[in-house]
Design a protein around this ligand. Sequence first.
Ligand code: SAM
Length: 239
Amino acid sequence: KVIQFKIITIFPDFFKPMLEYGIFSRAYKKGLIGFETIDLRDFATDNYKSVDDEPYGGGSGMVFKPIPLGKAIKKAKSKKETKVVYLTPSGRVFNSDIAKELAKEEELVFICGRYEGIDQRIVDLYVDYEISIGDYVISGGELAAMVVVDAVARQVKGVVKEMDSVVKDSFYDGLLDYPHYTRPETYNGLKVPEVLLSGDHKRIELWREKMKLVETLTKRPDLLERAKLNDLQRKLLKE
Ligand code: SAM
């Protein structure tokens, strides 16, 4: 089964570049993933196509009305098991574990908020996951949806040609990636680490494992506490 991404948004064109560039676009064109935008305005019930209204209780900004959004969600879900994701700063902060979990689904519907957000009753009735892309506020859910959809798609088999490179990416095993080098051997006086030129694959593997630990220890020690280390990594950490 091919995973289907469905995005409810007032700006469907925002997503065009995703289907034009890079790995996501290639996977979409090959039929490895499904992707569809749903224009919230198509579900407006008045002649002005309005999908937002003033907040009850007063205050600034507008809120997405529940009726058009509810209709759009019902239209987007092709089966009742489909999970609905609302991108919001109030959600769980997105990470690799959530990406892997979502990649197991057959269909995911994403709601992109704008203005002050969406009517809470939509969250209460239909939303399975509230996801944040970090502790800051952006102007709309579209960029957040792109981040989540791209990260989830990378976990789907075949999307990244070599699964090996996904497994070695940062966070897959809870650690940061090791440093990468390419030609030339010397750049502005800086040499490529000697081990990488040795052709000794065992030594190279060991160096990379070590560097992952060094990188994580120096840049994100918080990750080490949660990472599930293998025997080699535990041994290297003691050294
Ligand atoms: N009033 C909201 C609050 O303080 O949480 C912020 C609304 S924001 C201006 C408009 C929309 O952008 C939100 O409904 C949400 O869909 C999206 N958004 C903003 N920041 C986000 C984040 N960190 N993660 C995910 N979505 C975000």
